[in-house]
Design a binder for this molecule. Sequence first.
Ligand SMILES: Cc1ncc(COP(=O)(O)O)c(C=O)c1O
Length: 441
Amino acid sequence: MSEAALQRSNDMLEKARLDAEQRFIARTPQSRTEFEAACEHLPGGNTRSVIHFDPYPVRILRAEGARLHDADGHSYTDFLGEYSAGLYGHSDPHIIAAVKAALDDGIVFGGPNLHEIELAGILCSRFASLEKVRFTNSGTEANLMALGAARAHTGRDKILVMEGAYHGGVLYMAPYAARVNVPFDYVYGVYNNLERTLAAAKGQEHEIAAILLEPMAGGGGGIVSEPAFLQGLRDFADEHGIVLIFDEVMTSRMGRGGLQGELGVTPDMTTLGKYLGGGLTFGAFGGRGDIMHVFDPRNPDAVPHAGTFNNNVLSMTAGIAGLKHVFTEDVADAQCQRGNAFRDRLNAIIAARGATAQVKGYGTILVIHFQKSPINNPYDGVHTRPEARSLFHLEMLERGFYLAARGYMSLSLALTDTDLDDFCTAFDGFFEQFGDLIDEV
Ligand SMILES: Cc1ncc(COP(=O)(O)O)c(C=O)c1O
């Protein structure tokens, strides 16, 4: 909508958003210059679609603890937490020391090292479903390899996924991503709807190699799976010899054993990523020994699992340091409770203001939606007006809080209780000022 059209319009929400955008542009000239320079060699000035937002993102120069500093001299308290990979904050001393020590011993060995043994042992002792594990360079790759393992193990091809699910850049189950997706033979279920999911699979039970889903749809809006849905899929997988894979790339931080531990359903395989490499490039997949056996290179019929940097010493050592010294099992449980309490506090603020919003999520991963209608699967979020999301994002940036443009937040260990209090004050201030303008579609 042009500014002139806006003047004529009654859309106070879009007017407020445009105002916030004008102020954003006025206070970020250097970020704008950098963005224009970036556009010369990067499409849209970007090499990771999700971190773009309109009119252009702030350019981050450096970070420490829970603070980010942009090219225009502004500081932000970081509530994005690098989409959950930044659990340790930006300068945890254990992580920094581990990486420095690893650098001192040399990098890129081209052979097995000691660190991979230790990290594999820690992961298998933490997550109930892991007997054997392998490392990758990203969560996307972990999911791809887990699907490959299930296909090799079962000799079947089809993959049951949930509509709207996100499992990585080439595994995004939204129609507009279809062209960049790996072309598996997908069967589409509906998150939190067992009846429709089983109906979609009907007649193909013995062609399906794997069911892949998140126990909480993270990118899909922080929607926790109903335990009966997960248990129903568990039973269905058992009945038909299908490999049940939980993508815990985001949710493994939710309590000592991941969200599978909290919800009490154990998959055959689990995929991991994000913070488990200490904030460095990381992914892992693993599960039942008989399934993972397909990769044992001592077998003449083994299938390959490649990846130059799979056991890179920086991610391995940072991952070990984080799990041994920082994100211990007790800390994992406590952080999960801390996140749930923070979510409840934000929802109480919304309720007190009578605002059209809700905060979904579990533990330290939270997503704000600007609608009251229930959200049980990724497509239920359509009642949120994009203008409301954008206004909230721009206003929170102005108030000094960094979070994803789509309302996603993940809390790092570096955030203090005062940071959470300050966020609540800003959050309440936002709804005091704009709450009345927000309605749902
Ligand atoms: C649930 C889930 N699976 C997989 C991935 C992909 O991980 P990566 O970005 O490390 O490839 C993500 C990333 O956000 C994710 O949220």
